[in-house]
Unconditional design. Structure first.
Length: 251
């Protein structure tokens, strides 16, 4: 019980997990933490632990933190954290992100995760590669954003083989996943998404599963395939108005 701070570089924090699939609801861990996780070092690897947050930011970072791996973990918003609980508050973070075979549940904010910033164009460090794979996001109300830094494009943003399911979305929910600002390659494939009935039929409703756009002149590509989406109006949105660049359509 209590917050955990990882301040050194190349730290591995491993619980005594029994493995299993987050997406198939068989993931089982025996190590647990009731508290928030604060990262200030580089190259942290966290595996096989159940985290129950006690504040608005389950995961947060201090200046200069880079590169992190989460594997086989569970993150649950604890009782009493309020209506603005966030799973990943990415201010100060940069580098590589890997989240694999994790369960993320019960976070209430419009921002479920912003991996490197707290707004569209404000980040201290650049993201390099973001890989979000084989996870289960259950009953979260908000959106996930990976934003590249202008002049230093994100090399890869990947959302693959994840399951998203929620009974309620935040009024400010826009799209479930976002890869934006400055990117080179986006892969969105083989995800399953189940949302409340009515999110796709309201006349003013423009909610979607994926939003992709770039303001960097370097060419970028999008692979979008194999996604199964229920009760959202759009599968994929690509911004093409003034100031935005089109993806390389021949690819």
């Amino acid at each position: 019980v209590g917050d955990i701070t990882i301040s050194g570089n190349n730290v591995q924090l491993s619980g005594d997990g029994e493995g299993g699939s987050a997406r198939n609801e068989t993931l089982t861990n025996t190590a647990s933490v009731t508290g928030n996780l604060i990262i200030s070092g580089n190259n942290a690897v966290i595996r096989g632990i159940d985290f129950t947050s006690v504040g608005e930011k389950a995961i947060s970072f201090t200046t200069g933190a880079q590169n992190i791996v989460f594997q086989d973990c569970k993150f649950v918003a604890g009782a009493g954290v309020g209506d603005d609980s966030k799973w990943w508050y990415g201010q100060h973070f940069g580098g590589n992100v890997t989240v694999q075979n994790c369960r993320v549940e019960g976070f209430t904010s419009w921002m479920l995760a912003d991996f490197s910033s707290t707004s569209s164009n404000t980040m201290e460090q650049a993201l390099v590669r973001v890989r979000i794979k084989r996870n289960y996001f259950l009953n979260n109300r908000g959106s996930i954003a990976a934003r590249g830094k202008l002049g230093t494009p994100m090399k890869l943003c990947q959302y693959s083989d994840n399951k998203f399911e929620s009974d309620e979305l935040h009024p400010s929910f826009w799209d479930q996943t976002e890869a934006s600002n400055s990117i080179l390659k986006v892969v969105i494939k083989d995800n399953e998404a189940i949302y409340p009935i009515g999110n796709d039929t309201a006349p003013s409703q423009k909610r979607g599963f994926a939003q992709v756009w770039s303001k960097d002149p370097k060419p970028f590509t999008i692979e979008y395939s194999g996604n199964t989406i229920s009760h959202l109006r759009f599968g994929l949105k690509v911004a093409l108005s003034d100031g935005f660049y089109s993806p390389a359509t021949l690819d």
